[in-house]
Ligand binder design. Structure first.
Ligand code: ATP
Length: 248
């Protein structure tokens, strides 16, 4: 059963169509990545899934009682406002100490609890946002460009963390990325959006799809290879086919 699905979803702002007949779904335990150029409607789709944007046509169906953990695209915290990580994690709802400790461990932010939010690095900040989203035991994590502003190793580390969380919780993950980089191969499914769904499938299928190439060109292949290489401890030569297929 799908955790969430959008059926024939259309949204227009002031007569400008932003989403046009979009169908997407997320099942339990899968990581689905939404890619698309700037302004293609990715955040609008996330907001529609969250229920904060009302569609003009179509509808969003959630599994009854679905618990969603949301990690926003950005969150500005006034640096003059004293706010420790521990306090931030207790907003808007205070959770039990054991629960907090578990999530803090899961997201690798132990030791940061008494630090000011405004003093955190970009990668630490994103992990804290993820930790807060995890405190509600989400069945679905919705993340809108969670690695914005991180360098490529930071981004790769964040996606590995997401994979671990998915494994540990069995939750579905729906995340937005506009730059692709390392994200694609961490996904079970990639959906390429440009107001409508241009193409979707496994990372490799989408990477090779003409609709995707038309939008993004060929520039991301290197990044995809880099990520795969990163996970592949047996081979250090990734310039060539390993030839395994020809064996026998
Ligand atoms: N509340 C709003 N009122 C009017 N126009 C809006 C509103 N929200 C978004 N838009 C417009 O809708 C279009 C899609 O915006 P959206 O934020 O969904 O795109 P995106 O794919 O997430 O973009 P980016 O990659 O730049 O974050 C843009 O042209 C944007 O200016």
């Amino acid at each position: 059963m799908n955790l969430i699905e959008a059926n024939d979803l259309s949204v227009a702002y002031g007569g400008n169509p932003v989403l046009d007949g979009v169908d997407v779904h997320v099942e339990a335990g899968e990581i689905v990545t939404l890619v698309g150029p700037n302004g293609s409607g990715k955040s609008t789709l996330v907001k529609a899934l969250l229920g904060v944007v009302r569609p003009d046509r179509g509808r969003v169906v959630r599994k009854p009682g679905l618990r969603i953990g949301y990690v926003p695209q950005r969150l500005h915290i006034d640096p003059s406002l004293p706010l420790t990580v521990a306090r931030f994690l207790s907003l808007p709802v205070r959770h039990g100490a054991r629960k907090v400790e578990k999530v803090v461990g899961q997201t690798g932010i132990a030791g940061l609890e008494q630090r000011q939010m405004s003093d955190l690095s970009g990668g630490q900040f994103q992990r804290v946002l993820l930790a807060r989203a995890l405190l509600t035991d989400p069945e679905l994590l919705l993340l809108d460009e969670p690695t914005q502003g991180l360098d490529q190793p930071g981004e790769a580390a964040f996606y590995r963390l997401l994979e671990e969380v998915r494994q540990a919780l069995g939750c579905g993950v729906f995340l937005v990325s506009h730059d692709l980089h390392v994200v694609m191969s961490a996904s079970d499914r990639v959906i390429c959006l440009n107001h409508h769904v241009c193409c979707e499938g496994t990372p490799n299928v989408v990477r090779d799809a003409p609709e995707y190439r038309a939008l993004f060109g060929h520039g991301t292949q290197g990044a995809l290879a880099l990520y795969q290489h990163d996970h592949d401890h047996h081979h250090h030569d990734h310039d060539h086919d390993h030839g395994d297929k020809d064996a026998g």
